[in-house]
Design a protein around this ligand. Sequence first.
Ligand code: AQP
Length: 336
Amino acid sequence: MTAFKQRVFSGVQPSGNLTLGNYLGAIRNWVSLQDSHETIFCVVDLHAITTWQEPDTLRDATREVAAGMIASGIDPKKSIIFNQSQVSAHAELAWIFNCVARMGWLNRMTQFKEKAGKHKERASVGLYVYPDLMAADILAYQATHVPVGADQKQHLELTRDIAQKFNSDYGVDFFPEVEPLIFGEATRVMSLRDGTAKMSKSDPSENSRINLTDDRDLIAKKIRKARTDSEPLPASLDDLEDRAEAKNLINIFAALSDQKADKVCAEYEGKGFADFKRDLAELSVEVLGPITEEMSRLMSEKTYLDGILREGAENADKLASPILKQVHDIVGFLRP
Ligand code: AQP
C-alpha cells in the first residue's frame, strides 16, 4: 500500500529576476519536500501582471523562474512544475473567492499597503485581490502545506479564513486548513542596501539584491559593496537587534552554510566586516555559482523548458478540474 502523502503547493512570480531571497526563503526549502510530499510548484504569471509586465519579458521571466527551480534541485519527475495561466482553475476559483473574502480582510493586508504605497487609488484591482488568487492557487489542489518566506504568512492566514468561510457559508467540510511552512535561517532576506527593507525582485536598485542570473564576479562584488557598519561583530545574534544590515548578512551566511546564525556570530566575534564579507562572498559564489550556471544553460533549452511547463500544466489541470467541478456543485452553478 502506498503511504498517503500530504500535498504541498507553492509559487514564485515571474516579475523580474529570481533573487537570493526567493532562493533562501522559498525555492531551496522546496527541494527537500519532494520525497516526503506530493509537490506542485507554480510560476505565478497571473500574479505577476498585478503590476505591469512587458509581454516578451514576462515570457522570458516565466521560463527563467522554471529554469531557476530546476537548477536549484526541483526535479520535474518528482514535482509538477507549470505556469499558472495554463490552468484555468486558478482564475475561476479566485473569482469565487472574491465573493467569499471580505473587503475588511483585504484592507488589512500589509503587502498591498507596501506595494501600493501612497498611490493606492492608482494600484490595480488585481493587486488588491492578489491574496484571493493566492488562496485559489493553493485550494484548487486542496493542498495543505505551503512553504514560503515569512512575508507570505499574512496571506496564508487569509487563505485559512477564506477556506473556513466557504465551508461555513455552504455547510460543507470541503477545503482543508492550510499550514505555512516557514523554515531556514533566512526566512526574510533583507536588501543589501537597507537592512529594514525586504530583498525584492522589483527594487529599483540592482545592488540591493543578488539575482540568480548574476555571474560569480557580480555576486562577490555585490556582497563586498553591501552596506554594513563600523562596529566589530558580537558574540550572538541578539546583540545585532539594532544593526539590521549586519544581522541580515549573518543570516545569509548561516542559511548558505546550513549553520545556526548564533554559531556564525560566535565564529566571527570581534572581527570587522572585511574578513566576514570576504568569506561570505566566497561562500555565496560557491553555493550560488553552480545554480546560476545551470540556470543559464537551461535558458538556452527553451524547447525542454516549454515541454516541462506544458506537461506540468496538464498534470496540474487533472488535479484541479475535478475539485473545481465539486466547487461548482457546492456553490449551485448549473451544469446542464
Ligand atoms: N526577501 C525575501 N526573503 C525570504 N523569502 C522571500 N520571498 C520573496 N522575497 C523574499 C519568498 O519567495 C517566494 C516567492 O515570492 P514571489 O515572487 O511570489 O513574491 P514576493 O514575495 O513579492 O517576492 P519579491 O521578490 O518581492 O517580488 P516582487 O518584487 O515582484 O514583489 C515567496 O514564498 C516569498 O515568501
